[in-house]
Design a protein around this ligand. Sequence first.
Ligand code: ATP
Ligand code: MG
Length: 304
Amino acid sequence: MIKLQSLRKVFKSDLLTQPFVALDDVSFDVPEGSMVGFLGANGAGKTTSLKIIMDFIRPTSGAVIFSSKLGSSKLEIFKNIGFLPERPYFYPTLTGHDFLLFMGRLSEMTTTSINHEIQVWAPRFKIDHALKRELKTYSKGMLQRIGFLATILHHPKIVILDEPLSGLDPIGRKELKDVIIEVHKEGKTVFFSSHIVPDVEEICDRVVFLKDGKLAFDGSVGSLITDSLAFDYVVSVKADFSFNPQTPFKSVTILPNNLKKYIVESGNKDRFLVEMIERKYIILSIEMNKPTLEEIFYQTRGTV
Ligand SMILES: Nc1ncnc2c1ncn2[C@@H]1O[C@H](COP(=O)(O)OP(=O)(O)OP(=O)(O)O)[C@@H](O)[C@H]1O
Ligand SMILES: [Mg+2]
């Protein structure tokens, strides 16, 4: 749906300061119908990439290619994108309803169709009860939800959200994740940035991971987990207390009833199992010790 091709962005503030390379040869795709999480630490270049996609700033080199399904002219393409910025400004004295009317009219919607969309979506965004109130009385979570609702009023084909979950408590995050999932289920492509790795792991099918302005990973959440680290295995055996395997293992936990849980590196797993079988110990279970996306994220930060 959107393809970034070798994007490079160099910020030059003045003659005395060194130019800063915020994006360096970044290429990735947001496929149609996908839910893509855009991960990276503070300053990795996520907002810069999103601003380039939205044409708020220009890349130093490289290009953003939009699918013809979004339209052929710039005007048409941007009408098909809903964007929630990192720090949206909300007019404090507008009511929620007036804010949505204002945003809908910016997209050239009629009052009737805006009201229809509000009726459909406000209850799903759990904001219907507050639409008559001024925005200055809204909590952060409510502002995030109404801001997100404003991005989908005009039926965009793709929604791009810059840190929609930041600053929310676990309940606020859960509520917003639920509406992101709903919007995705409606058939919209969703691309959102976050540093909250478990949230991305929970709801996204793809991950793009920036590190210091460079692409560190682009692919499925599953393959980030399987490709990143050699797995350990957890082998549970029933073995007498004095048993000590010859095959190297990382650690052992001794449980009641002669149960032992060994952590074995993948390279030693087969040898370890053969040893168990030869000694006629009972293997109760073998499990992959999968790292979480969060563990990979922190490991990759040091290496990519
Ligand atoms: N206009 C600018 N002039 C100079 N440097 C800039 C400018 N805009 C961004 N940068 C720098 O580019 C880098 C990337 O910034 P960006 O806002 O894209 O990061 P981010 O991944 O969105 O971080 P965060 O998670 O904190 O929002 C940062 O080091 C930032 O200071
Ligand atoms: Mg940012």
